[in-house]
Each structure stands twice: as structure tokens, then as C-alpha cells.
Design a protein around this ligand. Structure first.
Ligand code: 13P
Length: 252
């Protein structure tokens, strides 16, 4: 898979704003080779998908339910995301785990539902600041991988240290290299050879200024971008930084 630059818009964007951001991303994507994905809020998903139809920019949801349909007030199924034009879904984001009590097993069930509906899941893992300070970051991420991914996982993993999300702080390149190397080994240990193909994104305060150095770290297969993805210019600058590292072949 080419380097993936994914924008998680979180709970931002009324319809007109989301459409206009999507239009700007679409226009800027013309000169970009890496894979691009935007994940708008549910209410803007269909409209954004219409704007991006026929463009190289893919669309994803930010969550889905583990059941295909039924009495689940306020929830959205994977098939509904597909129906609205999504081909990807972010699962197990730390804001879902923290604010909605999602546990690894819930995430695993959602991955199964997403895959069954034909969506590519991006599963998020990452430690809290306390966990890193007590030297338990790899242990925590190892458990999250074991609990959140089904055995035949065919998606993308995103390492998002919680203390780096929305804070402007990032791990050092050495810390990212250590964690991504650990995740690659852990995927191999838990899932065998097929796990070599699972790209590992970095997320947490990725900006145009730090994108090149973070993306250059071995085993970093792309970025999951929050705040900076709400400005098309910044999002596209991050994508250009990925292209400049020429980890990707030009789009045919
Ligand atoms: P920020 O880029 O705003 O730190 O958010 C990262 C994130 O949570 C992406 O999923």
C-alpha cells in the first residue's frame, strides 16, 4: 500500500464547511501521489463522498457498530457507511475508547463487522502519558493489538499516543521508531507473515512542520491527522511531505 495520509475531522464541520473542505482537498489532490483519505462526521459523509466521487481521495467513517442493523439507538452500521460512500472506517480511536468506554473486544467486533461490509478498518492504539512515564507503553500497545485485531486482520493500524493528540507534542523520532518497530514485531508474532503487509500509521499532532521527520521513520506507513486535516492547505502539505520522501510510486 502506498503511504496513506488520512484526515480525521472528528466532530468538526457543518455541511457547507465539510463540502468546501472536501472541494479544496479534491483540487489539491491532483498533484499528489500518496493515498489520501478523509473521515468526516457521519452527517457530512454522504455530501463529502459526492464531492469526492471520481477523485483519488477516499472517504471513511470515524466509527461503526458491530452489528449489521437493529435496535442500537444513535449508532451507525458499517453497511450504512458504505451506503453513504465510505470505503474506510477508523475504529478504536482513543476518544471512542475514553469517552464511550470502548474496550479492545468491542473494537475487535467492529473490525469484523467493518471487514464483512467491505470497509477497510484503521484500528487505533496508543498509550496514556502515565503509561509511558512508567515505561509500560509497549506492554499496553501489545495488549491493545492482541485484543483489538481479529486473527485475519487485513486493515491498517494507527499508533496514536494519547498524550500527543491535540497537544502539539510528539514523541521523538527515536521513540516513534522504537514503537513502530515493536508493533511490526508484535504483528508478526501474533498474526504471522501476513501481518507484514499491515501499514502502521503515526497519529498525534502531525503538522506540515513535523510531517517529513515523522514520516521518514522506518515502519511509519503514513499519518492519521486530526487538527491539521481541517485546513486543506496543511493536510495537502503533509501529503506533499510524504511524496517528497518518495516512499510512494507516482499514481498511474
Ligand atoms: P491531532 O492531529 O489533532 O493531534 O489528532 C490526532 C488524531 O487523533 C487523529 O485521529
Amino acid at each position: 500500500m502506498p503511504t496513506l495520509i488520512a484526515g480525521n475531522w472528528k466532530m468538526n464541520g457543518l455541511l457547507a464547511e465539510a463540502e468546501s473542505l472536501a472541494r479544496e482537498v479534491r483540487e489539491g489532490a491532483a498533484g499528489i501521489s500518496c493515498a489520501l483519505l478523509v473521515c468526516p462526521p457521519f452527517t457530512a459523509l454522504a455530501a463529502v463522498a459526492r464531492v469526492l466521487q471520481g477523485s483519488p481521495v477516499a472517504v471513511g467513517g470515524q466509527d461503526c457498530h458491530w452489528e449489521a442493523s437493529g435496535a442500537h439507538t444513535g449508532d451507525i452500521s458499517a453497511a450504512m457507511l458504505r451506503d453513504a460512500g465510505a470505503s474506510w472506517v477508523v475504529l478504536g480511536h482513543s476518544e471512542r475508547r475514553g469517552e464511550h468506554g470502548e474496550i479492545d473486544e468491542t473494537v475487535r467486533q467492529k473490525v469484523l463487522a467493518a471487514t464483512a461490509a467491505g470497509l477497510t478498518p484503521i484500528v487505533c492504539v496508543g498509550e496514556t502519558e502515565d503509561q509511558r512515564q512508567s515505561g509500560r507503553e509497549t506492554e499496553v500497545v501489545g495488549w491493545q493489538i492482541e485484543g483489538s485485531l481479529p486473527k485475519d486482520f487485513a486493515g491498517v493500524l494507527a499508533y496514536e499516543p494519547i498524550w500527543a493528540i491535540g497537544t502539539g507534542r510528539t514523541p521523538t523520532e527515536a521513540e516513534v521508531a522504537t514503537m513502530h518497530g515493536f508493533i511490526r514485531e508484535e504483528l508478526g508474532r501474533q498474526f504471522g507473515g501476513a501481518a507484514d503487509a499491515v501499514p502502521i500509521l503515526y497519529g498525534g499532532s502531525v503538522k506540515p512542520e513535523n510531517a517529513a521527520s515523522l514520516l521518514a521513520v522506518p515502519e511509519v506507513g503514513g499519518a492519521l491527522v486530526g487538527g491539521a486535516s481541517l485546513r486543506a492547505a496543511d493536510f495537502l502539505a503533509i501529503a506533499r511531505a510524504a511524496d517528497a520522501l518518495s516512499k510512494t510510486a507516482p499514481r498511474a
